[in-house]
Design a protein around this ligand. Structure first.
Ligand SMILES: [Zn+2]
Ligand SMILES: [Zn+2]
Length: 381
Protein backbone atom coordinates (compact mmCIF):
# COMPACT_ATOMS: atom_id res chain seq x y z
CA UNK A 1 0.00 0.00 0.00
CA UNK A 2 1.26 3.47 -0.84
CA UNK A 3 1.18 5.95 2.07
CA UNK A 4 -1.46 8.64 1.55
CA UNK A 5 1.13 11.41 1.75
CA UNK A 6 2.98 9.89 -1.22
CA UNK A 7 -0.23 9.93 -3.28
CA UNK A 8 -0.86 13.53 -2.25
CA UNK A 9 2.71 14.44 -3.21
CA UNK A 10 2.21 12.73 -6.59
CA UNK A 11 -1.02 14.70 -7.10
CA UNK A 12 0.77 17.95 -6.29
CA UNK A 13 3.61 17.19 -8.73
CA UNK A 14 1.08 16.42 -11.47
CA UNK A 15 -0.82 19.58 -10.58
CA UNK A 16 2.19 21.86 -10.94
CA UNK A 17 3.02 20.57 -14.44
CA UNK A 18 -0.36 20.36 -16.23
CA UNK A 19 -0.47 19.38 -19.90
CA UNK A 20 -3.25 20.02 -22.40
CA UNK A 21 -5.15 17.32 -24.32
CA UNK A 22 -2.99 15.40 -26.76
CA UNK A 23 0.23 16.74 -25.21
CA UNK A 24 0.30 14.67 -22.01
CA UNK A 25 3.70 13.05 -22.69
CA UNK A 26 5.36 14.11 -19.44
CA UNK A 27 2.29 13.29 -17.33
CA UNK A 28 2.12 9.80 -18.84
CA UNK A 29 5.87 9.31 -18.22
CA UNK A 30 5.44 10.43 -14.61
CA UNK A 31 2.60 7.94 -14.06
CA UNK A 32 4.56 5.12 -15.72
CA UNK A 33 7.56 5.87 -13.49
CA UNK A 34 5.34 5.77 -10.40
CA UNK A 35 3.58 2.50 -11.26
CA UNK A 36 6.41 0.50 -12.87
CA UNK A 37 8.20 -0.23 -9.55
CA UNK A 38 4.94 -1.69 -8.18
CA UNK A 39 5.40 -4.56 -10.63
CA UNK A 40 2.28 -4.66 -12.83
CA UNK A 41 2.10 -7.71 -15.12
CA UNK A 42 1.88 -5.53 -18.21
CA UNK A 43 2.28 -1.87 -19.07
CA UNK A 44 1.21 -0.47 -22.43
CA UNK A 45 2.13 3.11 -23.29
CA UNK A 46 1.27 5.34 -26.23
CA UNK A 47 -2.37 4.19 -26.35
CA UNK A 48 -4.47 6.45 -28.56
CA UNK A 49 -1.79 9.13 -28.14
CA UNK A 50 -0.16 9.32 -24.71
CA UNK A 51 -2.51 6.82 -23.02
CA UNK A 52 -1.06 4.37 -20.52
CA UNK A 53 -2.48 1.08 -19.24
CA UNK A 54 -1.17 -0.94 -16.28
CA UNK A 55 -2.52 -4.48 -15.94
CA UNK A 56 -2.64 -6.52 -12.73
CA UNK A 57 -3.44 -10.18 -13.44
CA UNK A 58 -5.05 -12.71 -11.15
CA UNK A 59 -3.89 -16.35 -10.97
CA UNK A 60 -7.20 -17.69 -12.37
CA UNK A 61 -9.19 -16.76 -15.48
CA UNK A 62 -12.10 -14.36 -15.01
CA UNK A 63 -13.51 -11.00 -15.99
CA UNK A 64 -11.47 -7.96 -16.98
CA UNK A 65 -12.38 -4.86 -15.00
CA UNK A 66 -11.08 -1.48 -16.14
CA UNK A 67 -10.75 1.64 -14.03
CA UNK A 68 -10.12 4.86 -15.90
CA UNK A 69 -8.46 8.17 -15.06
CA UNK A 70 -7.68 11.07 -17.39
CA UNK A 71 -4.26 12.58 -18.17
CA UNK A 72 -5.17 16.02 -19.45
CA UNK A 73 -5.52 19.48 -17.94
CA UNK A 74 -7.60 22.41 -19.21
CA UNK A 75 -6.73 25.80 -20.75
CA UNK A 76 -7.73 27.70 -17.60
CA UNK A 77 -5.29 29.88 -15.62
CA UNK A 78 -5.30 28.90 -11.96
CA UNK A 79 -5.86 31.64 -9.38
CA UNK A 80 -4.75 29.68 -6.28
CA UNK A 81 -1.49 30.60 -4.55
CA UNK A 82 -0.78 27.22 -2.93
CA UNK A 83 2.67 25.63 -3.19
CA UNK A 84 1.65 23.13 -5.87
CA UNK A 85 0.01 25.74 -8.14
CA UNK A 86 0.42 25.36 -11.88
CA UNK A 87 3.81 26.44 -13.24
CA UNK A 88 2.44 26.43 -16.80
CA UNK A 89 0.87 29.78 -17.79
CA UNK A 90 -2.78 29.50 -18.82
CA UNK A 91 -3.01 25.76 -18.12
CA UNK A 92 -4.36 24.13 -14.97
CA UNK A 93 -5.65 20.86 -13.57
CA UNK A 94 -8.96 22.65 -13.01
CA UNK A 95 -10.99 19.50 -13.71
CA UNK A 96 -9.22 17.45 -11.01
CA UNK A 97 -7.74 14.83 -13.33
CA UNK A 98 -4.58 15.05 -11.21
CA UNK A 99 -6.66 13.69 -8.31
CA UNK A 100 -8.21 10.97 -10.47
CA UNK A 101 -4.69 9.85 -11.49
CA UNK A 102 -3.56 9.77 -7.84
CA UNK A 103 -6.59 7.58 -7.05
CA UNK A 104 -5.56 5.08 -9.75
CA UNK A 105 -2.01 5.16 -8.43
CA UNK A 106 -3.40 4.31 -4.98
CA UNK A 107 -5.35 1.42 -6.50
CA UNK A 108 -2.16 0.18 -8.22
CA UNK A 109 -0.45 0.11 -4.81
CA UNK A 110 -3.22 -2.01 -3.31
CA UNK A 111 -3.39 -4.39 -6.29
CA UNK A 112 0.37 -4.85 -6.19
CA UNK A 113 0.03 -6.12 -2.62
CA UNK A 114 -3.10 -8.21 -3.21
CA UNK A 115 -3.81 -9.06 -6.82
CA UNK A 116 -7.23 -9.94 -8.25
CA UNK A 117 -8.09 -13.56 -7.43
CA UNK A 118 -9.41 -14.16 -10.96
CA UNK A 119 -9.46 -12.17 -14.18
CA UNK A 120 -7.50 -8.94 -14.18
CA UNK A 121 -7.66 -5.24 -13.49
CA UNK A 122 -6.71 -2.74 -16.21
CA UNK A 123 -5.81 0.72 -14.94
CA UNK A 124 -6.19 3.12 -17.86
CA UNK A 125 -4.78 6.63 -17.91
CA UNK A 126 -6.66 8.05 -20.86
CA UNK A 127 -5.45 10.99 -22.98
CA UNK A 128 -7.51 13.88 -24.41
CA UNK A 129 -10.67 13.53 -22.33
CA UNK A 130 -11.40 17.25 -22.51
CA UNK A 131 -11.67 17.31 -26.31
CA UNK A 132 -13.80 14.17 -26.52
CA UNK A 133 -11.20 12.49 -28.73
CA UNK A 134 -9.21 10.36 -26.27
CA UNK A 135 -11.52 7.44 -25.43
CA UNK A 136 -12.29 6.86 -29.12
CA UNK A 137 -8.57 6.98 -29.96
CA UNK A 138 -7.80 4.42 -27.24
CA UNK A 139 -10.60 2.13 -28.46
CA UNK A 140 -9.33 2.39 -32.03
CA UNK A 141 -5.73 1.58 -31.04
CA UNK A 142 -5.13 -2.08 -32.00
CA UNK A 143 -2.94 -2.52 -28.90
CA UNK A 144 -6.01 -1.84 -26.74
CA UNK A 145 -7.98 -4.70 -28.36
CA UNK A 146 -6.56 -7.40 -26.00
CA UNK A 147 -7.40 -5.16 -23.02
CA UNK A 148 -11.07 -4.37 -23.83
CA UNK A 149 -12.78 -4.95 -20.48
CA UNK A 150 -15.98 -6.74 -19.52
CA UNK A 151 -16.63 -4.03 -16.94
CA UNK A 152 -15.45 -0.42 -17.10
CA UNK A 153 -15.67 2.13 -14.30
CA UNK A 154 -14.68 5.75 -13.81
CA UNK A 155 -15.38 8.48 -11.32
CA UNK A 156 -15.43 12.23 -11.59
CA UNK A 157 -15.14 14.53 -8.61
CA UNK A 158 -18.20 16.78 -8.34
CA UNK A 159 -18.24 20.13 -6.53
CA UNK A 160 -21.71 20.93 -5.16
CA UNK A 161 -22.03 17.57 -3.38
CA UNK A 162 -20.98 16.48 0.11
CA UNK A 163 -17.31 15.38 0.25
CA UNK A 164 -16.89 11.67 -0.41
CA UNK A 165 -20.55 11.11 -1.32
CA UNK A 166 -21.21 8.87 -4.34
CA UNK A 167 -23.51 10.35 -6.97
CA UNK A 168 -25.11 7.69 -9.10
CA UNK A 169 -27.73 7.16 -11.79
CA UNK A 170 -28.43 4.13 -14.00
CA UNK A 171 -29.06 5.17 -17.63
CA UNK A 172 -27.94 8.56 -18.96
CA UNK A 173 -25.48 10.20 -16.53
CA UNK A 174 -23.70 12.79 -18.68
CA UNK A 175 -25.28 14.27 -21.82
CA UNK A 176 -23.98 13.88 -25.35
CA UNK A 177 -22.67 17.14 -26.79
CA UNK A 178 -21.39 18.41 -30.12
CA UNK A 179 -19.87 21.68 -31.22
CA UNK A 180 -21.52 22.94 -34.44
CA UNK A 181 -19.93 25.50 -36.76
CA UNK A 182 -21.98 26.99 -39.60
CA UNK A 183 -20.31 29.30 -42.12
CA UNK A 184 -22.36 31.33 -44.61
CA UNK A 185 -20.68 32.82 -47.65
CA UNK A 186 -22.25 35.45 -49.90
CA UNK A 187 -20.56 38.49 -51.46
CA UNK A 188 -19.19 41.81 -50.12
CA UNK A 189 -20.54 45.06 -51.49
CA UNK A 190 -20.61 48.77 -50.64
CA UNK A 191 -22.83 49.35 -47.60
CA UNK A 192 -24.79 51.82 -49.76
CA UNK A 193 -25.66 48.96 -52.13
CA UNK A 194 -26.25 45.81 -50.12
CA UNK A 195 -28.50 44.57 -52.95
CA UNK A 196 -25.37 44.21 -55.12
CA UNK A 197 -23.86 41.75 -52.67
CA UNK A 198 -25.16 38.94 -50.46
CA UNK A 199 -25.00 39.74 -46.79
CA UNK A 200 -25.48 36.74 -44.44
CA UNK A 201 -26.79 38.87 -41.51
CA UNK A 202 -30.40 37.76 -41.95
CA UNK A 203 -29.34 34.13 -42.41
CA UNK A 204 -27.39 34.27 -39.12
CA UNK A 205 -30.34 35.82 -37.29
CA UNK A 206 -32.76 33.27 -38.72
CA UNK A 207 -30.44 30.38 -37.93
CA UNK A 208 -30.10 31.51 -34.30
CA UNK A 209 -33.90 31.53 -33.99
CA UNK A 210 -34.24 28.16 -35.71
CA UNK A 211 -31.56 26.46 -33.58
CA UNK A 212 -32.91 27.81 -30.30
CA UNK A 213 -36.37 26.46 -31.12
CA UNK A 214 -35.18 22.93 -31.97
CA UNK A 215 -35.39 21.52 -28.39
CA UNK A 216 -39.07 22.58 -28.34
CA UNK A 217 -39.90 20.58 -31.50
CA UNK A 218 -42.04 17.46 -31.16
CA UNK A 219 -39.32 14.81 -31.79
CA UNK A 220 -36.99 16.38 -29.21
CA UNK A 221 -39.58 16.40 -26.43
CA UNK A 222 -38.84 12.72 -25.77
CA UNK A 223 -35.99 13.81 -23.48
CA UNK A 224 -33.65 16.60 -22.49
CA UNK A 225 -31.91 18.60 -25.22
CA UNK A 226 -30.39 22.05 -25.37
CA UNK A 227 -28.83 24.41 -27.92
CA UNK A 228 -26.50 27.18 -26.72
CA UNK A 229 -25.21 29.78 -29.17
CA UNK A 230 -21.56 30.26 -28.19
CA UNK A 231 -20.08 32.47 -30.92
CA UNK A 232 -21.08 34.60 -33.91
CA UNK A 233 -19.07 36.70 -36.34
CA UNK A 234 -20.12 38.89 -39.26
CA UNK A 235 -17.97 41.20 -41.37
CA UNK A 236 -15.58 43.78 -39.99
CA UNK A 237 -16.08 46.90 -37.88
CA UNK A 238 -16.46 49.09 -41.00
CA UNK A 239 -19.60 51.15 -41.74
CA UNK A 240 -18.87 51.26 -45.46
CA UNK A 241 -18.94 47.53 -46.18
CA UNK A 242 -21.85 45.12 -46.45
CA UNK A 243 -20.12 41.87 -45.49
CA UNK A 244 -20.23 38.66 -47.48
CA UNK A 245 -19.24 36.19 -44.75
CA UNK A 246 -20.56 35.18 -41.39
CA UNK A 247 -20.34 32.28 -39.00
CA UNK A 248 -22.18 30.91 -36.04
CA UNK A 249 -21.07 28.35 -33.44
CA UNK A 250 -23.44 26.47 -31.19
CA UNK A 251 -23.14 23.68 -28.62
CA UNK A 252 -25.80 20.98 -28.87
CA UNK A 253 -26.60 18.75 -25.91
CA UNK A 254 -28.97 15.81 -25.49
CA UNK A 255 -29.38 13.04 -22.95
CA UNK A 256 -29.08 10.15 -25.43
CA UNK A 257 -27.17 9.60 -28.67
CA UNK A 258 -30.45 9.03 -30.57
CA UNK A 259 -31.80 12.38 -29.44
CA UNK A 260 -28.47 13.98 -30.35
CA UNK A 261 -28.62 12.47 -33.85
CA UNK A 262 -32.09 13.95 -34.30
CA UNK A 263 -31.01 17.35 -32.97
CA UNK A 264 -27.90 17.45 -35.18
CA UNK A 265 -29.85 16.45 -38.31
CA UNK A 266 -32.47 19.10 -37.64
CA UNK A 267 -29.77 21.76 -37.14
CA UNK A 268 -28.06 20.85 -40.40
CA UNK A 269 -31.37 20.89 -42.30
CA UNK A 270 -32.32 24.27 -40.86
CA UNK A 271 -29.00 25.82 -41.89
CA UNK A 272 -29.23 24.32 -45.39
CA UNK A 273 -32.79 25.57 -45.95
CA UNK A 274 -31.91 29.08 -44.75
CA UNK A 275 -28.80 29.19 -46.96
CA UNK A 276 -30.92 28.35 -50.02
CA UNK A 277 -33.55 30.94 -49.17
CA UNK A 278 -30.90 33.62 -48.58
CA UNK A 279 -28.95 32.65 -51.74
CA UNK A 280 -25.77 31.87 -49.79
CA UNK A 281 -23.42 28.96 -49.85
CA UNK A 282 -22.87 27.33 -46.51
CA UNK A 283 -20.54 24.90 -44.79
CA UNK A 284 -21.16 22.88 -41.64
CA UNK A 285 -18.60 21.11 -39.49
CA UNK A 286 -18.39 19.57 -36.04
CA UNK A 287 -15.91 19.63 -33.19
CA UNK A 288 -15.76 18.47 -29.55
CA UNK A 289 -18.08 15.52 -30.21
CA UNK A 290 -18.99 13.59 -27.03
CA UNK A 291 -21.25 10.54 -26.91
CA UNK A 292 -23.79 10.35 -24.10
CA UNK A 293 -22.50 8.48 -21.04
CA UNK A 294 -25.17 5.87 -20.33
CA UNK A 295 -24.61 3.81 -17.19
CA UNK A 296 -25.20 0.06 -17.16
CA UNK A 297 -27.73 -0.81 -14.44
CA UNK A 298 -25.77 -3.79 -13.07
CA UNK A 299 -22.52 -1.80 -13.07
CA UNK A 300 -24.36 0.79 -10.96
CA UNK A 301 -25.28 -1.98 -8.50
CA UNK A 302 -21.60 -2.83 -8.11
CA UNK A 303 -20.86 0.85 -7.40
CA UNK A 304 -23.70 1.07 -4.87
CA UNK A 305 -22.28 -1.97 -3.09
CA UNK A 306 -18.72 -0.61 -3.14
CA UNK A 307 -19.99 2.65 -1.62
CA UNK A 308 -21.95 0.85 1.08
CA UNK A 309 -18.89 -1.20 2.07
CA UNK A 310 -16.91 2.01 2.44
CA UNK A 311 -19.67 3.70 4.41
CA UNK A 312 -20.02 6.38 1.74
CA UNK A 313 -23.37 8.09 1.30
CA UNK A 314 -24.99 7.34 -2.09
CA UNK A 315 -26.99 10.10 -3.77
CA UNK A 316 -29.36 9.12 -6.59
CA UNK A 317 -30.00 11.84 -9.13
CA UNK A 318 -33.15 11.90 -11.24
CA UNK A 319 -31.77 13.54 -14.38
CA UNK A 320 -28.42 13.42 -16.18
CA UNK A 321 -25.82 16.14 -15.83
CA UNK A 322 -25.81 18.54 -18.79
CA UNK A 323 -22.04 18.37 -19.14
CA UNK A 324 -20.33 15.66 -21.20
CA UNK A 325 -17.70 13.03 -20.52
CA UNK A 326 -15.59 11.10 -22.95
CA UNK A 327 -16.08 7.93 -20.87
CA UNK A 328 -19.38 7.31 -22.72
CA UNK A 329 -17.39 5.72 -25.56
CA UNK A 330 -16.31 2.84 -23.33
CA UNK A 331 -19.97 2.08 -22.63
CA UNK A 332 -20.25 1.16 -26.32
CA UNK A 333 -17.62 -1.59 -25.86
CA UNK A 334 -18.16 -2.77 -22.27
CA UNK A 335 -20.66 -2.76 -19.45
CA UNK A 336 -19.73 0.55 -17.98
CA UNK A 337 -20.68 3.10 -15.37
CA UNK A 338 -19.26 6.39 -14.14
CA UNK A 339 -20.15 7.94 -10.81
CA UNK A 340 -19.66 11.29 -9.16
CA UNK A 341 -17.51 11.66 -6.06
CA UNK A 342 -18.68 14.69 -4.06
CA UNK A 343 -15.94 17.34 -3.76
CA UNK A 344 -17.71 19.56 -1.20
CA UNK A 345 -20.94 21.55 -1.36
CA UNK A 346 -19.16 24.92 -1.58
CA UNK A 347 -16.09 23.73 -3.49
CA UNK A 348 -15.22 25.96 -6.50
CA UNK A 349 -16.72 24.67 -9.76
CA UNK A 350 -14.89 22.42 -12.21
CA UNK A 351 -12.92 24.42 -14.79
CA UNK A 352 -13.00 27.55 -12.60
CA UNK A 353 -9.79 29.44 -11.76
CA UNK A 354 -10.13 28.81 -8.01
CA UNK A 355 -10.66 25.03 -8.27
CA UNK A 356 -8.17 22.54 -6.80
CA UNK A 357 -8.82 18.81 -6.28
CA UNK A 358 -9.54 18.06 -2.59
CA UNK A 359 -6.77 15.71 -1.39
CA UNK A 360 -8.96 13.75 1.10
CA UNK A 361 -10.86 12.35 -1.90
CA UNK A 362 -7.80 10.36 -2.97
CA UNK A 363 -8.42 7.86 -0.20
CA UNK A 364 -12.20 7.64 -0.81
CA UNK A 365 -11.69 7.12 -4.56
CA UNK A 366 -8.99 4.50 -4.01
CA UNK A 367 -11.27 2.67 -1.57
CA UNK A 368 -14.21 2.68 -3.97
CA UNK A 369 -12.15 1.42 -6.92
CA UNK A 370 -10.52 -1.25 -4.75
CA UNK A 371 -13.96 -2.45 -3.59
CA UNK A 372 -15.13 -2.66 -7.22
CA UNK A 373 -12.18 -4.85 -8.22
CA UNK A 374 -12.64 -7.01 -5.13
CA UNK A 375 -16.38 -7.42 -5.77
CA UNK A 376 -15.94 -8.49 -9.40
CA UNK A 377 -12.60 -10.35 -9.38
CA UNK A 378 -12.02 -11.18 -5.73
CA UNK A 379 -8.55 -10.56 -4.25
CA UNK A 380 -5.70 -12.87 -3.36
CA UNK A 381 -4.37 -13.33 0.17
ZN1 LIG B 1 -13.16 18.93 -17.58
ZN1 LIG C 1 -12.90 16.11 -16.08
Amino acid sequence: MIPTQDLVALRHRLHSRPELSGREAETARRMAAFIEPLGPDLMVSGLGGHGLAAVFDGPAPGPTVMLRAELDAVPVAESGAHDHRSRVPGVGHQCGHDGHMAILAGLAGRLARRRPARGRAVLLFQPSEETGAGAAAVLEDPRFAPLVPDWAFALHNLPGHAPGSVILRPGPFFCASRGLRIRFTGRDSHAAHPEQGRNPAAALARTVQALLQLPESAPMRAGFSLVTIVHMALGKQAFGVSPGRGQLWATLRAETDDLMDGLADAAVQAAAAIAVQERLTHHVDWDDVFAATVNDAEACQWIRRAARQLGAETVSIDRPFRVSEDFGRFAQASRAAIFGLGAGVDHPALHSAGYDFPDPLIESGTGLFTNLVTAICGRTG
